[in-house]
Design a protein. Structure first.
Length: 565
């Protein structure tokens, strides 16, 4: 039985915004947040409830348990169409725009912490009654936030706050010159990117996060995962908790082989699939194997992922840059470079977003077969294609020349640390040996849960939902860029989790990213991903930001652009 957590319960009385009383109550951490306050809320509709997890205290007793306090006044409710819930005053709503106004009020309250994650919002009927608007107005406002992933409906239990944007405001510019304290843990865009550049960027406070590389994490299918994990645990034998095959558990390798055949055109025996902790570990294993054969360099796309380049450099590999144009990697330049191995993101190039076209694929086949060249295919966010089915993997054309790798980081969550690697047959044994020495194999439970999710169709359902959501977010971001930053050129296919903008102008995009961060928006400067000099630009992730937030972020980037020019 998990330990109980202590929550602070605060009532906001109907006479004003002040918290008038605070009690503590013990709840099991697994309870759908929080049953008791929800009941209280039902009992006294004029009250809002905040539930704030707090540090565990001594066990509940008469002294620290919930104690009835003086009842808040119910009789002095305003005659106006308002409610104590967030002190909403409908007279402030624009004519004909009450739903939009209400959704903005809710969004603001989620962002500034008045409605913490887990809070139940009032039933639509109750709120509509109090605001004296039709129920449809409230339903529409809730629908918009559900669509954004900020609210979630849990059937009869009600509608709950599911996710909040990062709310910490950017520190004032003066504070950032300090080298101590939290302000020091902030990206210094003026310096060349160091090993911890992405850690620092993640830690940099910002109201709006438009960095690329993550799907909508608020959409993680927690319920489906829990149900699948319960089924898995019911069926596990004691021996299953022991050490296993370093390639991964057999049912998951089979599920991955089926999944890749169905979705990526990769036809492979399950025995050839090696489960890894992500594309990052695949890079580690492949470079280890190839360096044992004397490899000293891997050609990379330019622009191409700074993270991948840093990873290869950490292995002391040189990374000669191969230019990318509208057709993808320039294979003629690859040939001219004399490199024997190239790392590629052909399905949706990072960061330009171009798809390796048919002509280039044929050139690549000729290059690999003619020279014995090897390709490290990073199937980066390939499942996210919004205008047509994803292009098949290059591995399907060149199984003897391609190390193929992908992961669930862009479909479910990077935190799971689960991916796969398929090596050309002659490298299979060496890759399995490298994986064995790396960690004896991935954790078993997540593999089995993913087997369930893939087999039951749950993962495909999740992906379909994500595609619809990401597509709307991409459209909203493009619309905002066209309106607010008309000078920006937008690049990339309707795919993936990010887009890139460039400017026909000469300024440092690191200055733009720094100015945007000052205004509370986190982005990546395009120059981070270039080895050769190039036009300034930004890489913008749209998948994790609700449309209204992304649009506001673009507005602030436009402001940042005015400031630096
Ligand atoms: C181009 C590219 N490849 C691979 C990765 C790492 O992916 P994984 O989480 O599967 O290790 C990243 C990280 O965002 C990336 O940008």
């Amino acid at each position: 039985m998990p330990a109980a957590a202590v929550y602070r319960i605060a009532w906001v009385v109907n006479s004003g915004a002040e918290v008038s009383t605070c009690d503590t109550l013990t709840l099991a951490p697994t309870s759908v947040i929080p049953i008791a306050p929800a009941a209280m809320f039902r009992a006294r509709p004029p009250f809002a409830v905040c539930v704030v997890p707090t540090v565990p205290t001594s066990p509940l007793s008469r002294d620290n348990g919930p104690v009835p306090r003086s009842k808040p006044e119910l009789s002095d409710r305003s005659k106006d169409a308002g409610t104590d819930f967030l002190q909403l005053d409908v007279s402030r709503a624009p004519q004909g725009g009450v739903s939009g106004w209400l959704s903005e009020q809710l969004r603001a309250a989620i962002a500034d912490g008045r409605l913490p994650v887990g809070t139940r919002v009032p039933p639509g009927r109750v709120l509509a009654d109090e605001l004296r608007v039709s129920r449809g107005v409230v339903t529409e406002a809730y629908r918009r936030l559900i669509e954004d992933g900020q609210l979630v409906g849990r059937g009869r239990s009600g509608t709950f706050v599911a996710a909040a944007p990062v709310t910490a405001p950017a520190p004032p510019a003066s504070a950032r010159t300090s080298t101590t304290g939290p302000a020091a843990a902030r990206t210094d865009f003026a310096a060349p990117p160091a090993h911890d550049v992405f850690d620092l960027l993640r830690a940099s406070p910002a109201r709006i996060d438009l960095t690329p590389g993550v799907p909508d994490l608020a959409a993680f299918p927690r319920g489906a995962w829990l149900r699948a994990e319960r089924r898995v645990l019911d069926d596990l034998e004691p021996a299953d908790f022991g050490y296993g095959d370093p390639r991964g558990v057999a049912p998951f390798r089979r599920a991955v082989a089926d999944w890749l055949a169905r979705t990526r055109g990769v036809r492979i025996e399950p025995g050839r699939v090696v489960i890894v902790t992500g594309v990052a570990q695949a890079l580690e294993l492949v470079t280890r194997v190839l360096m044992d054969d004397g490899l000293a360099e891997i050609a990379v796309e330019d622009p191409g992922s700074l993270g991948v380049r840093q990873h290869l450099a950490s292995r002391r590999l040189r990374t000669p840059p191969i230019p990318v144009d509208d057709g993808g990697l320039r294979v003629d330049a690859l040939r001219a470079s004399g490199a024997s191995v190239v790392a590629l993101t052909p399905a949706h190039q990072f960061p330009t977003g171009v798809v390796l076209d048919g002509g280039r694929r044929r050139e690549l086949v000729t290059w690999a077969e003619g020279t014995g060249g090897l390709i490290l295919e990073d199937d980066y966010d390939a499942e996210h294609r919004y205008d047509r089915p994803p292009v098949p993997a290059v591995q399907a054309l060149l199984p003897d020349h391609v190390f193929y790798t992908g992961s669930v980081s862009k479909t479910l969550a990077p935190a799971l640390r689960v991916g796969w690697l398929i090596a050309p047959p002659r490298y299979q044994d060496a890759v399995v040996i490298a994986k064995r020495y790396a960690d004896l194999g991935n954790a078993v439970l997540p593999q089995l849960v993913l087997t369930e999710l893939m087999g039951s169709g749950e993962l495909e359902r999740h992906l379909r939902m994500l595609r619809r959501r990401h597509r709307r977010r991409r459209d909203a971001m493009i619309e905002a860029i066209r309106t607010r930053i008309p000078a920006a050129r937008i690049h990339g296919a309707a795919a993936g989790l990010h887009l890139t903008i460039t400017f026909d102008a000469s300024f440092r995009d690191t200055d733009l990213a720094a100015a945007a961060l000052d205004l509370g928006v986190k982005t990546q400067p395009l120059s981070w991903h270039y080895q050769a000099p190039a036009a300034p630009g930004l890489v913008l992730g749209y998948a994790a930001a609700p449309p209204s937030e992304a649009a506001h972020g673009i507005e602030l980037i436009a402001e940042a652009l005015r400031q630096i020019r």
